[in-house]
Design a protein around this ligand. Structure first.
Ligand code: ADP
Length: 501
C-alpha cells in the first residue's frame, strides 16, 4: 500500500487551486463568508490538510438565496430562450471536458478515489449529463387537453399545460461523487430554467468550487448558480429551511433526509431525496458464475463501497455459493489499496476519519454477532483512512451488518435454496434503491425484477449509470428520480391554462 499523494506531479492549476483559501460563489463574485470563518479539508490518503475553504452559514445562505431569487425573478436568465439555456449548458460541458485532468486530479485528492476512475467515470459522466440535459432545455413541453366541462353546456375551450421552472432550488450533495452529484443536480435545474444555491459536502467541496469557475466562464448570468460550502447542520440546515427557496434536492443519508423533510415543511417547498441503500445482489444457480463473481465484486468495491447503490448484500444459490464467495474473496485480496493518485491504486481510502471509524465499527459489530471475515475485516495501515475490502459470511438476515447501510467496502454473503424464498429476503430492508440479478434465464430475471422493490434493477451487470436512465429509490431510499426525463419533471411546476373560445 502507498499512502502518500505527494509523489504524483499535480497539474499546476490544481496545486495553485488548493494553495489559497477557496471562496464561495454568490451572484458572480467569489466572496468570503460573513463570519470570516473557514474550515479545513483533508487528504484522506494521509489525513493531512489539503485545502482551506471559506465556511458558509445562515447569513451566507441568505445572501445566496437573494442572488438566486433576483436571477430567477428578473435577471437575464429569466428572459433567456430555452435554446440559449441549452447552449450555455453545452458550453459548460465542453469546458468541463477540456479540463478533465484537473477535475480528475482534484477529485482524487479530495475524495480519495483512484485517479483513473475519476478520469474514466466521474468526469466523463458529468460531461455527458450536462450534454444530455442541454438537449432537453428546448423540449420541456406541455400538452393540449380536450376538456368537456359538463356544467357549461355548449361552451368551447382551448386548454393546455405549460411546464415552468419550479424557482429557486437548494441543492445539498454528498461526498462520494462530489463533482458528479453536483452535476446530476445542476443539469436538470439549469435545463428547466431554475436558479440554484448548491451546498457541497464539507468533506469534499473542491471540485464543485472549481466547477463554479467554469460556470462563470461559460457565461451563465450572475446568481443563476451560487455555491456555498459549509457544514450540514449550519449551512445545509439553513438552506433546507429557507422560506424563499422553492425546492430542495438532497442526496445523502436517510437520517439527514428525514431532517430535510422536516425543515422543508415550513414553507412546504418541494422536496426530492436520493438516500441510502442496502441493495441485494442475487446470483442464481444458472448464472455465468465468473461474470457474477466479477460483478459482485464491482457491485460492492466500486468507489470503496461508498455508493448508495452498492450491492452490499450478496445472496448466492447454495449450489454456487462457495464458488462465488471464494471468487469474490480472491478479488478482494488482490485489490491494490492505496492513495488515489498512485497509478497502481485500485481502491483508495475512505473519505474521512469518521467514515473509517464507522465502517470498522460495523465490521466489529458483524464479528461480534458471529460473522466471519473471509477477506479483509480490518483497517489497512495506520495512516490515512484505508480499510481492506471485506466479505462477511456466516451472517443472519437480522444482523446489523445485513440490515444497516455501511457505506464502505463490506459485503455480507448468504446462501439460498430457491428463488421464491429469496425475493422476500431481498426485499427485507427499509431501503429500495437498487438490486442485481445474475442468471442465464432472462425470463426468470424479468419475473424477479418485477418483484423487487427497488428503483433500479441490474441484470447481469451492476453500477451501470447513464444520463438518460432515471435513478432513485423506493421506500426509505428517497423521493423522486435523478437523471433521465423524470428528473426534469421534478424541477418544473405544471400550469393549466384554460381559454373560453
Ligand atoms: P454522510 O453521513 O454520508 O456524511 P450526510 O447525509 O450527513 O451524509 O451528508 C450529506 C449532505 O448533507 C452533506 O452536504 C452534509 O453537509 C449535508 N447535511 C448534513 N446534515 C444536514 C442537515 N441537518 N441539514 C441539511 N444538510 C445537512
Amino acid at each position: 500500500m502507498s499512502s502518500t499523494s505527494t509523489a504524483f506531479q499535480l497539474h499546476s492549476s490544481v496545486t495553485s487551486f488548493v494553495s489559497t483559501t477557496r471562496k464561495m460563489l454568490i451572484g458572480k463574485d467569489w466572496v468570503e463568508s460573513v463570519s470570516g470563518k473557514s474550515f479545513p479539508v483533508y487528504d484522506p490518503a494521509t489525513g493531512e490538510l489539503l485545502a482551506t475553504v471559506t465556511e458558509g452559514d445562515k447569513e451566507d445562505i441568505n445572501r445566496a438565496v437573494k442572488a438566486a431569487r433576483e436571477a430567477f425573478d428578473s435577471g437575464p436568465w429569466s428572459k433567456m430562450t430555452a435554446s440559449e439555456r441549452g447552449r450555455l449548458i453545452w458550453r459548460l460541458a465542453d469546458l468541463l471536458e477540456k479540463h478533465t485532468e484537473e477535475f480528475a486530479q482534484l477529485e482524487s485528492l479530495d475524495n480519495g478515489k483512484p485517479l483513473a476512475v475519476a478520469r474514466a467515470a466521474d468526469v466523463p459522466l458529468a460531461v455527458d449529463l450536462f450534454r444530455y440535459m442541454a438537449g432537453w432545455a428546448t423540449k420541456i413541453e406541455g400538452t393540449t387537453i380536450p376538456i368537456s366541462v359538463p356544467y357549461t353546456p355548449g361552451a368551447e375551450y382551448l386548454a393546455y399545460t405549460k411546464r415552468e421552472p419550479v424557482g429557486v432550488v437548494g441543492q445539498i450533495i454528498p461526498w462520494n461523487f462530489p463533482l458528479l452529484m453536483a452535476v446530476w443536480k445542476l443539469g436538470p435545474a439549469l435545463a428547466t430554467g431554475c436558479t440554484v444555491v448548491l451546498k457541497p459536502a464539507e468533506q469534499t467541496p473542491l471540485t464543485a468550487l472549481l466547477l463554479g469557475e467554469l460556470i462563470l466562464e461559460a457565461g451563465f448570468p450572475a446568481g443563476v448558480v451560487n455555491i456555498v460550502p459549509g457544514y450540514g447542520e449550519t449551512a445545509g440546515a439553513a438552506l433546507a429551511a429557507h422560506p424563499d427557496v422553492d425546492k430542495v434536492a438532497f442526496t445523502g443519508s436517510t437520517e439527514v433526509g428525514k431532517l430535510i423533510v422536516q425543515a422543508a415543511a415550513g414553507n412546504l417547498k418541494k422536496v426530492t431525496l436520493e438516500l441510502g441503500g442496502k441493495s441485494p445482489n442475487i446470483v442464481l444457480n444458472d448464472a455465468d458464475v465468473e461474470l457474477a463473481i466479477q460483478g459482485a465484486a464491482n457491485a460492492i468495491f466500486f468507489n470503496h463501497g461508498q455508493c448508495c447503490a452498492a450491492g452490499s448484500r450478496l445472496y448466492a444459490h447454495q449450489n454456487v455459493y462457495d464458488k462465488v464467495v471464494e471468487g469474490v474473496a480472491t478479488i478482494a485480496d488482490k485489490i491494490r489499496v492505496g492513495a488515489g493518485l498512485d497509478p497502481s491504486t485500485e481502491m483508495g481510502p475512505l473519505v474521512s476519519e469518521e467514515q473509517l471509524r464507522r465502517v470498522c465499527g460495523y465490521i466489529e459489530s458483524g464479528k461480534g454477532d458471529g460473522a466471519k471475515a473471509v477477506a479483509g475485516g480490518e483497517r489497512l495501515g495506520d495512516k490515512g483512512y484505508f480499510v481492506k475490502p471485506t466479505i462477511l459470511t456466516d451472517v443472519k438476515q437480522n444482523m446489523k451488518v445485513v440490515q444497516e447501510e455501511i457505506f464502505g467496502p463490506v459485503v455480507t454473503a448468504m446462501p439460498f435454496k430457491d428463488v421464491e424464498e429469496i425475493i422476500p429476503v431481498a426485499n427485507d430492508t427499509v431501503y429500495g434503491l437498487a438490486a442485481g440479478i445474475w442468471t442465464s434465464d432472462l425470463s426468470k430475471a424479468h419475473k424477479i425484477a418485477s418483484h423487487l422493490r427497488a428503483g433500479t434493477v441490474w441484470i447481469n451487470c451492476y453500477n451501470i449509470f447513464d444520463a438518460a436512465l432515471p435513478f432513485g429509490g423506493y421506500k426509505q431510499s428517497g423521493w423522486g428520480r435523478e437523471m433521465g426525463r423524470d428528473a426534469l419533471d421534478l424541477y418544473t411546476e405544471v400550469k393549466s391554462v384554460c381559454i373560453r373560445l
